[in-house]
Design a protein. Structure first.
Length: 280
């Protein structure tokens, strides 16, 4: 069984990251929050919903992160919304850079609930929202299960340098793959399955300082905003913790898209706003 077996029976999120004050894995160190007072508050909120997602089952109505409201402003933190990079050169992102909604995912390739999201929920979101230009998905490597997690994160980044991140992502999250571990031979096999053309370059890139720096940057950001489990998400600045049901993501994305449409000025001289049907 994977490391995430210590998660709650509710199946909402994987094992929490190291507790405040605990020594982070390897050379990684948490640093003070850099995004201002609003993010300090948001970090506490995200840490709390992460706890809720990994807490033991409770009797009575659920109070987990899946409990969302129709209010598009509820639990939305503008400072967290600014973390969307919207970089056209981002190899670990999917969708239009000008999409009205950005989902940021902090995840680990050794996390079983990250795999559940990747297999069961993400494809539906891509088909429904990414393909029509409503949603952009930005991946953040957040390895919290030790050396194997970190090696897989660097390998995924390396696959991305050859334009095959999402193919590697799908291959790594096939059921049963994580149980085989993420040694060099396994990572090379996944890269080959993903269609990475130059496997020698892939190996060099995965072991490079640039890969380590990119993974550390993502991991640092996750800790700074209070992510305490995987997967953790931000949807236009709204924290969601755990592999929640697809309906939860649909509700939050719809609310965020409606808010974005309402705040976008209509073009001058037309009777309706752009329908967003254009393609890149």
């Amino acid at each position: 069984m994977s490391s995430s077996s210590s998660s709650s029976k509710s199946g909402r999120a994987s094992k929490p990251a190291p507790r405040p004050g605990a020594k982070p894995s390897r050379t990684f160190r948490r640093k003070p929050l850099l995004y201002g007072a609003a993010v300090v508050i948001a970090a506490a909120a995200l840490g709390f919903v992460s706890y809720q997602a990994t807490a033991p089952d409770r009797s009575g109505p659920s109070s987990s992160a899946a409990d969302v409201t129709a209010d598009p402003d509820a639990e939305v933190y503008p400072e967290l919304e600014k973390l969307a990079r919207r970089d056209a050169g981002d190899r670990l992102a999917l969708g239009r850079v000008d999409a009205p909604v950005v989902l940021i995912e902090y995840a680990d390739f050794k996390c079983s609930y990250c795999g559940k999201f990747a297999r069961e929920t993400e494809p539906a979101l891509v088909k429904k929202y990414v393909e029509d230009g409503t949603l952009r998905i930005e991946w953040r490597n957040f390895p919290i299960f030790g050396a194997g997690s970190e090696a897989a994160a660097r390998a995924a980044w390396a696959a991305g340098q050859q334009g095959r991140f999402w193919e590697f992502h799908r291959a790594a999250y096939v059921e049963g793959v994580m149980e085989k571990g993420f040694g060099k031979a396994q990572l090379k096999a996944l890269a080959q399955q993903a269609g990475v053309a130059d496997l020698e370059r892939f190996a060099r890139d995965a072991d490079s300082p640039a890969a380590s720096a990119a993974v550390s940057k993502d991991q640092e950001q996750g800790y700074q905003i209070g992510a305490a489990s995987t997967p953790s998400f931000l949807i236009n600045g709204r924290p969601i913790a755990g592999a929640q049901p697809t309906e939860t993501f649909v509700q939050v994305i719809e609310a965020a898209a409606e808010k974005a449409r309402a705040s976008t000025p209509r073009p001058q001289g037309t009777g309706a706003a752009d329908d967003g049907s254009g393609t890149e």
